[in-house]
Design a protein. Structure first.
Length: 187
């Protein structure tokens, strides 16, 4: 997709979802101490780092250092509001601000943390030839249900085969996954 289309989609979606974001922000603040937004260093285009924004879904201070610990459905670190936000993927809506700032695209490989990128092979680093996305080819192929190495291979396949038609296909499949809830939970 073009940058202009990314901006239009991100701006319109942010406006439409702003009432839900306000409700989510209130639920986060009422349910636990800490900020509404979760900020994390991620790696994007050409290996440049940026601060990715999400709605906070875990209790303050529970974020492990490094690659992290997998989050399961009954993880005690996840707040009550966080369970809902994760199940519906509403925790990812602030990524739209990253799109508006030019750090992300609507469609592309999901950005990873620097500790993961340190271990990438030259082939795996090819996923940084495009802007990272809110959704991508790997996400609609199985998201957390497929092994990490396979996700990276799918991301590189996307880099080599990206087109407007493929992006549209990914967006349609993402909408279907959000509506049905299939493949959204990490377990």
């Amino acid at each position: 997709m073009s940058r202009a289309l990314d901006i239009v989609i991100a701006a319109l979606t942010t406006i439409v979802l702003s009432p839900l974001l306000l409700i989510a922000a209130i639920a986060i603040r009422l349910g636990s101490r800490g900020p509404v937004f979760y900020r994390q260093r991620r790696v994007g285009l050409s290996g440049a780092e940026f601060e990715m924004l999400k709605l906070r879904t875990m209790v303050q201070g529970s974020d492990p250092v490094g690659i992290g610990t997998a989050v399961t459905r009954d993880d005690p670190r996840v707040t009550r509001a966080g369970r809902f936000l994760r199940r519906t993927s509403l925790d990812e809506v602030p990524n739209l601000l990253n799109v508006l700032r030019g750090e992300m695209a609507i469609v592309g490989p999901r950005p990873t943390i620097p500790a993961q990128v340190d271990d990438y092979t030259p082939f795996q680093k090819r996923r940084h030839e495009v802007l990272p996305g809110i959704t991508g080819w790997a996400q609609v192929q199985g998201r957390a249900g497929i092994p990490w190495e396979e996700r990276i291979e799918l991301d590189v396949w996307y880099v080599d085969n990206r087109s407007f038609a493929l992006d549209l296909r990914i967006l349609i499949r993402t909408a279907w996954l959000l509506i049905t809830g299939h493949g959204l939970s990490p377990d």
